[in-house]
Design a protein around this ligand. Sequence first.
Ligand code: SIN
Length: 358
Amino acid sequence: MLHRNIYRQVLMLLCAILFTISLVQAQGKLPNVMVLATGGTIAGTGATSTTTVGYTAATVAVDRLITAVPELKKVANVKGEQVFQIASENINNDSWLKLAKRVNTLLAQKDVDGIVVTHGTDTIEETAYFLNLVVKSRKPVVIVGAMRPSTALSADGPINLYNAVLLAGSREARGKGVLVALNDQINAAREVTKTNTSTLDTFKTPELGLLGYMQDNRPIFYRQSTRKHTADSEFDVMQLDVLPQVDIVYGYANVNRIAVDAFMAAGAKGIIYAGTGDGSLADPVKSALVEARKQGVIIVRSSRVGQGIVARNGEANDDELDFVVSDTLNPQKARILLMLALTKTINTKDIQRIFYAY
Ligand code: SIN
């Protein structure tokens, strides 16, 4: 009887040891994903569970975001770091430089397989495109947000974070550039844009389409962006402390030259014109932009329309005016590319080449 009890205890001990070993081995095989938190609605809190507008963004710390999704433990070894805690309308060039440097430093480490950035949705497309141009790695970088605060009924943050971690730890996401993943959909940083102020399906890639879906615990890709990005990009911000000033002037009926003159007086090195239609220039703006160009400011014609190519030498004689066109980039992304282009060159032919390449 005594022998049988000892035998049973030894057996149980052995089983426990074997179970622990297999757990450690399984964890060892899981990808290592860093979650860099920057704030936004995904970290927001509302007064009640039905508050979905008028809540406070950027209040929940990264550790709480991670522990709120215990399922993460099964798909990745996740560590969190709070980079900022802000609503994304307050993201600025300095935030981007800080974030990009941290992402590059982490991705250079052997023990980091992928990065998730949690971010407010209002400027998520801009941060994603900036990182897409300056991250020097083929490892996945996934930017994620939420449209409902963490305290809301059916908050979308937890499932979005879970999918983002899965995607950042996946082989499929490698080399695809920076990805924006919300609402079970994967979009490319270059093309995605926020299309609705408040619905969950706000992120779209008009006309060109999304890259794929998150379904049944895995990414399923159907296409990829053809423009240069990440490891193939010529831009490097690791030694930069400041980006050149580039501003956006919006086109509308009855537009005047006041904004162009104000940005010039404030020292702009580049101006993006969010023109009507195919980037057309009303007379008062055209003469102001021509003067600005003569003073060395780089002018990029973009469009407020949101879809389609701005044709070079279409609505304006860009060769004669020495202007650049934004191709399909919306004004806010054209601003980012021009800032980075200006860190390399002030030659408009080179800058136009850059706009057709990225
Ligand atoms: C923000 O962009 O920080 C607030 C809005 C959001 O995250 O949806």
